[in-house]
Design a protein around this ligand. Sequence first.
Ligand code: TXA
Ligand code: MG
Length: 348
Amino acid sequence: MTMNTQVKPVSRESLAEAARLIRAGELVGMPTETVYGLGANALDEAAVRKIFEAKGRPQDNPLIVHVSCAEEIPPLVKGIPEKAKELMDAFWPGPMTLILPKADCIPDAVSAGLDTVGIRLPQSEAARALIAASGVPIAAPSANRSGKPSPTTAQHVLTDMDGRIPLILDGGPCRVGVESSVIDATGEEPVILRPGGITPEMVRAVLGGVRVDEHVMSPLREGDVARSPGMKYKHYAPGAKTIVFTGEPERVVRAICAQYDEAALRGERVAIRGFDEHDFGGRERISLGSAGCAGDAAARLFAALRELDARGDTLALCEAVELEGIGLAVMNRMGRAAAFDIRRVDGR
Ligand code: TXA
Ligand code: MG
């Protein structure tokens, strides 16, 4: 089934049209501060099924439910633990999703059969305006085809969803650029399942401590249990084999250049993803922004991965960022794109 996909800048009219489509059980591509979402009425099981179909998403991977204000949350969950409340007060609206025990009104298709649901109150004005105008909570995964990098522009959404959805709201490039932090708040101690714009340091400053799931920076091995179904899937995978280099910048640059030349001799189409200040001796580079600014890298990461695919590169050599602040979120996505092939180049 294919349809005509329209892209419209966010305006009063386009928001009203998008809200009508949501109420009618259709899908809408919507901007948020993290990445673009593929939204549907979260309480309409048939609409939610269309999301899985349009994305080609595995049925056992649950969706995040987006609300426009805190008052919309109580009917969607079975209680809110004290620490979850503290996180809500500190970081909402913002790039954080809280996993909470779900109420019965959440369809199984949304929670993928789990007894929990992810709730997010986004910072994006356009996203909240759409939810408010729709009058229903909006279930929205990232608006990419499953296995592709998340979209950070309306054009990315169009590339993946053209002919599959009726409308994409264009709110410009996403400010954060990586998806929300997913925090399991069902237990006594919240656990970060997916790092994002709300960093472990920020959570620690509020709660006094927080656990980061061990699979944030390591692959799931046979027999491991995924606390978040999303951990099981090979996300963010560019067509190019990807290697990440970490260590002292000069050594990283040298290692990347050496690998580049070797691979180019073999006839590979090689891309470097590196920082502006670093000199790769004229070898082609996709910019990750300014060195030491992980926020820049976050905002550019997914567009850089899409650029690799578009150019048909066969090998991508990436500079790492520090594992602190939003750098952890960047390294989680980079690491997964590289199947955790992260090479340390200092020392001998
Ligand atoms: O920033 C974001 O979170 C974006 C924007 C659109 O809001 N959405 C997003 O959704 O990234 P998605 O579906 O691409 O990623 C949601 C992640 C998946 O890894 C999923 O497995 C996990 O959250 N998740 C959702 N519900 C869960 C639950 N009840 N328990 C554990 N993990 C859950
Ligand atoms: Mg996603």
